[in-house]
Write a protein that binds this ligand. Structure first.
Ligand code: HEC
Length: 108
């Protein structure tokens, strides 16, 4: 009886750990799309201060470089209130629909 219980607890822990690892690895592109519209489009639509921007404005490598190295260096204050988790989702959305992706998209 006890052995089975220990086994079940271990199994559950492994399954949970695996799902957390997956969630941390990739952002949620659906949430990212909504967040992009909410947090980026106010400045990055046509006529906005940051200029028009959409997923296909850059390649996948360029988006990764932007999120991992550049981090909005031209205007760091603009994104400082966006949580790391939200940024991850936005990155995932832009990456998934970049110019060289399977499904390039023009508009967030
Ligand atoms: C408060 C306004 C504002 C917000 C919000 C904002 N940006 Fe910007 N962004 C700017 C400005 C201004 C620049 C500088 C434009 C320039 O002179 O090249 C810029 C530059 C950029 C650049 C570099 C431009 C290029 O062509 O390489 C990228 C990429 C970018 N922003 C992405 C984003 C993303 C993604 C978000 C949302 C997470 C975001 N921005 C939110 C104002 C904003």
């Amino acid at each position: 009886m006890t052995t089975i219980r220990i086994f079940l607890v271990l199994l559950l822990t492994t399954v949970l750990a695996a799902s957390f690892a997956l969630a941390a690895e990739g952002g949620n592109p659906k949430k990212g799309k909504a967040l992009f519209k909410k947090s980026c489009k106010e400045c990055h639509s046509s006529g906005g201060v940051g200029g028009e921007m959409s997923p296909l404005s850059k390649t996948q490598a360029q988006w990764d470089r932007f999120f991992e190295t550049d981090k909005h260096s031209k205007n760091p204050d603009a994104i400082k209130n966006i949580s790391p988790a939200d940024m991850k989702d936005i990155q995932q959305f832009l990456f998934d629909h970049a110019a060289d992706s399977d499904q390039p998209q023009t508009c967030g």
